[in-house]
Design a protein around this ligand. Sequence first.
Ligand code: GLP
Length: 241
Amino acid sequence: MRIIKVRDYQDMSRKAANVISAQMILKPDSVLGLATGSTPLGLYEKLVEWYGKGDLDFAQVKTVNLDEYVGLSADNDQSYRYFMNKNLFSKVNIDPKNVNIPDGTNQDAEAECERYEKVIESLGGIDIQLLGIGNNGHIGFNEPAETFMMKTHRVDLTESTIEANKRFFEDVSMVPRQAYTMGIGTIMKAKKIVMVASGKTKAPIIKEAFTGEITPRVPASVLQLHQDFTLIADEEALSLM
Ligand code: GLP
């Protein structure tokens, strides 16, 4: 693994956006694996800005998002599809047909997870997967567990994740209890993986995930085994390393 230490959130966002841009320039029909959460917001802003300047073209780009809440439809402003439309897709020239996100409204978990794995396979796999990290070490919504779940699956969110994500909802009771997420195997098959992390609150989990043992109890720790994994993190997030 490679660690790129940056000054602050702005610096992290710019460098991560540069890595994604390089991928898009070298391979205009790249399959981008995208993430939600507050950490990638700055890098999406940069991509939109550079698209506006004519430096980036999304015409042939394909995207697959990591996860989606079960039960939320695309027009629900807390769904990850809504987040992606608002912060990236509506602002660039991506073809909506090329956007893929698990369908939170499909209650048939088995069918939805199988469909999503097939979508990724049919695109030829993910060229570059962007990740954030949950305070408990989750990636996508792969929560700490006794074993690594390999494929796209439906997951029960942990109390700490529900707690962390309640800031986006009116009330904690409105936070969905389940999500569809790519599995650890789905993520690890990406040709390149880039994680962004910023701020003091992420320092303990960054240390545990990347200097500790590889265990499904800290899902992000598995990334130590990926052949092309880059962590772009600011000084605060790396302060305990
Ligand atoms: C959610 C998402 C993750 C994300 C995490 C951290 O749980 N499913 O993909 O990495 O939040 O979010 P933030 O970047 O807001 O700390």
